[in-house]
Design a protein around this ligand. Structure first.
Ligand SMILES: [Zn+2]
Ligand SMILES: [Zn+2]
Length: 430
């Protein structure tokens, strides 16, 4: 996920201790499939690839899925490295998708994965710092388990190995291509590693959990001048600073933050006359806006958020004698966990993970591209505990990120259970 620090997962409460995850045959099936996840994790972690370039991961996953007996693969033309495999159980039932990401991230300049990590990235400057290797490895093992235990499921299972979560494209490409619609997908599930959350704990809460993301560009123009005579021009730099300050503080002063939470951050500010004695005629600002609503749509009782922002920009710019040109690009919608699906599955989840399902409502202003699926299909996005014995504590998007090996069992159990509940509505292993 982009800039994800476990906001939705940060209030980790391990409720109670102990308790079998799952007893009997299902636990045995999970144990049997776990080596598939461990082997895939070794390969994927050693060979991290950036978004849209997941060629080795694509080939590895396809060859492993074929070896497991998968024959139905669906291409998504806009996302050529995606691997979408279908398991038709031959019995009537819903079509349920399970999704994992495939892409790694660039490391900061000069950074390397710490020596003590095992496995360790073999590609300079690139590392799986967001745990997508963990997700993909677990999903592959879930595909292995489902194939071997087809009779325990009904309907169809669609395993979505999705590229480019960390960069533009990815989930939105797959949604736009309509491949999941053509397959008749009704429900979709995913999980994300949650640093600091104890191994064995999962988090899930209904409704909006992560914000939608939007990106803006703002160009301010006015009269330049000699730096010694700012009164002869519009002092575009000073005016642009006032605009930047206004839009950054606007949410707390002009919007009802209790009901319409929003963050505006200026992330780029460029104004350069090329000379230290000239005030330039132009400044460019860019940044991001996070909110849980569509910025362009007005609710019943107030203006659209974008209208509030643009009105303030125009007012402050005009007071400085500047002309403002604003453009907005709407990116991912909020990540929304379907309340009805949450309610339907929670009893089985709490039974399967006794005392370890944390439903503490928690929202973050981060965004995640799983959000693109959530307006189209009933969706749930889980947090997976990865912390134990000093591992799984480093934040995602840092070279310190690690995963405790025991997390795989819980992640696989969760995916298996979701596949079963999603297709049969029944948690019993029969
Ligand atoms: Zn990420
Ligand atoms: Zn991520």
């Amino acid at each position: 996920m982009r800039k994800y620090l476990g906001a939705a997962l940060g209030l980790a409460l391990a409720i109670g201790t102990g308790g079998e995850v799952l007893a009997g045959d299902r636990a045995a099936a999970v144990d049997k499939a776990l080596p598939v996840a461990r082997e895939a994790y070794q390969f994927l972690h050693r060979n991290p690839e950036l978004g849209k370039k997941e060629f080795k991961a694509h080939d590895y996953l396809v060859s492993r899925l074929k070896a497991l007996g998968y024959t139905q693969f669906v291409a998504s033309p806009s996302a050529p490295t995606a691997v979408i495999a279908v398991l038709d159980t031959g019995r009537p039932g819903p079509v349920v998708a399970l999704r994992a990401e495939m892409d790694a991230r660039p490391l900061a300049a000069g950074a390397v994965e710490p020596e003590g990590h095992s496995p360790r990235s073999e590609i300079p400057g690139v590392m799986h710092t967001c745990g997508h290797d963990v997700h993909a490895a677990i999903l592959l093992a879930a595909a292995a388990l489902a194939q071997e235990n087809k009779a325990r499921f009904s309907g169809k299972l669609v395993f979505v190995f999705q590229p480019a979560e960390e960069v533009a494209g990815g989930a939105d490409d797959i949604v736009r291509d309509g491949v999941l619609d053509k397959l008749g997908v009704q429900k979709i599930f995913a999980q994300h590693v949650a640093p600091g959350l104890p191994v064995g704990t999962i988090t899930i809460s209904p409704g909006d959990t992560l914000a939608g993301s939007n990106y803006f560009n703002l160009t301010l123009t006015g009269r330049g001048s000699h730096a010694a005579a700012p009164q002869d021009g519009d002092d575009v730099i000073l005016g642009a600073m006032k605009v930047a300050e206004e839009i950054s503080t606007l949410p707390a002063r002009r919007i009802d933050q209790a009901n319409r939470p929003m963050v505006v951050s200026v992330t780029r500010f460029v104004a350069d006359s090329g000379a230290s004695n000239v005030i330039p005629p132009k400044a460019e600002l860019s940044g991001t806006i996070r909110a849980f609503e569509d910025l362009t749509k007005a609710p019943k009782d107030g203006p659209a958020l974008q209208d509030v922002i643009v009105a303030r920009i125009n007012a402050v710019s005009a007071a400085q004698g500047l002309k403002a040109e604003w453009s907005l690009r709407q990116a991912s919608p909020p990540t929304r966990n379907d309340p009805a699906l949450f309610g339907a599955l929670l009893p089985s989840l709490t039974k399967a993970f006794p005392g370890k399902v944390d439903t503490t409502p928690s929202r973050g202003m981060f965004s995640e591209d799983f959000a693109y699926y959530t307006p189209h299909y009933q969706a749930l996005y889980f947090g997976l505990g990865v912390a134990k014995d000093g591992l799984g504590e480093g934040g995602v998007h840092t070279a310190d990120y690690t995963t405790h090996p025991e997390a795989f069992r819980y992640g696989l159990t969760l995916m298996t259970l979701l596949a079963q509940l999603g297709t049969t509505g029944d948690a019993a292993w029969r």
